[in-house]
Design a protein around this ligand. Structure first.
Ligand code: SAM
Length: 337
């Protein structure tokens, strides 16, 4: 299988490109499938998100000291590594767990003239060892392993592990912290994307047993919807110094408008350094990050002045809302039972 080939073989095939004949095209399509399995297409939109680039650029310009050893976890194509080197880091050690991405990042760093101050490891950060992969523990961690619901790419356990094993005790951590926010919305279209009722007069509700529990990414502005409540902060993380474990809490939404609550929309607010914030709140339609939307299996009728309380739960990677009446999940340390 092409996906299991060594990265340089995949690269060689990519360079050869599509031949003029059907056989060449067939090969290229097979390769395309293999690449897509390893390299999600959001990499391109993410790299072209100029607000994201400007925020990390400003944060690194402010924090990188000339003698700093910077660790970039999840380097992707190498953008934060190049910015760290550009802002004067003594050395940047980077890791990327997906082999063809790591290999490509190496080429990009070389092409831009920074290969002498950058080492890229084709490894997951949990496999790095100071003294082997890094000359010593790092002075500064920069990492952007964040999805639309903040936690889905493992930013919390990744930073927790790095703080324990890869960073100096007083290391700077970018992002310094983040919070997750949520709002109740009326949106039949989003509900139809997650649950089914009757179709042609037949009862299809048993199919809802196969519905996803967790939120899915969706750009709220692309769906006709009404916000029924103000946004509420759900969870907050201090990446630099805080405890980084699972959590479970009750969240109360004050209803502002009468309607049917079909879904809970969520997004993050990530503070890279003091005063430099990135957010995928619904008003930010330019961000490459969409919002997360968790539909409720049974929509709830709400009226102004009412308070709706839901249980919010996360285990540092997964995040769920349990509507009123749903069974408790546990203490936040393990997955739902
Ligand atoms: C969201 S992308 C960000 C890429 C790059 N840091 C940037 O900002 O342009 C995250 C990348 O990190 C990689 N990744 C996620 N967690 C990782 C980890 N713990 N160790 C190494 N690579 C990781 C993924 O494979 C992906 O390529």
């Amino acid at each position: 299988m092409i996906a299991q080939r060594r990265p340089h073989e995949v690269r060689g095939l990519v360079r050869r490109g599509v031949g003029g004949d059907a056989k060449g095209l067939e090969g290229r399509l097979g390769l395309d499938g293999a690449i897509r399995k390893l390299v999600p297409p959001w990499h391109f939109e993410m790299l072209n998100d100029s607000e994201r680039t400007a925020a990390f650029d400003a944060a690194l310009e402010r924090t990188v000291e000339p003698d700093a050893l910077v660790l970039d976890i999840g380097t992707g194509a190498g953008l934060l590594t190049l910015l760290s080197a550009y802002h004067g880091a003594r050395h940047v050690v980077s890791c990327e767990g997906v082999a063809p991405v790591a290999e490509t990042a190496r080429r990009i760093v070389e092409r831009n003239g920074y290969a002498d101050r950058v080492s890229i490891h084709r490894k997951w950060s949990t496999d790095l060892s100071p003294g082997v992969d890094l000359p010593e523990r790092a002075d500064l961690l920069v990492t952007e392993v964040v999805n639309c619901g903040l936690l889905g790419e493992g930013v919390v356990p990744t930073i927790a592990h790095a703080r324990r094993h890869l960073l100096k005790p007083d290391a700077v951590v970018i992002p310094a912290g983040a919070s997750v926010h949520a709002q109740l919305v009326e949106c039949p279209r989003l509900h139809r994307a997650s649950y089914v009722d009757t179709v042609a007069g037949f009862d299809f509700r048993p199919f809802n047993d196969l519905a996803a529990l967790e939120y899915m990414p969706a750009r709220l502005s692309h769906f006709p919807h009404r916000a029924l409540t103000d946004p509420v902060e759900v969870f907050r993380f201090d990446f630099a110094t805080g405890e980084l474990g699972g959590d479970e809490r009750l969240v109360s939404f004050r209803v502002r408008r009468a309607g049917r609550c079909h879904a809970i929309a969520l997004w993050f607010r990530m503070e890279l350094v003091d005063g430099i914030v990135l957010s995928n709140d619904p008003a930010n339609t330019d961000s490459h990050w969409e919002q997360g939307v968790q539909s409720l299996e049974r929509p709830i009728a709400v009226r102004p002045g009412q308070t709706l309380t839901v249980r919010a739960w996360h285990d540092t990677r997964h995040l769920l809302f349990l509507p009123p009446g749903a069974p408790r999940v546990g203490n936040g340390a393990g997955p739902p039972t």
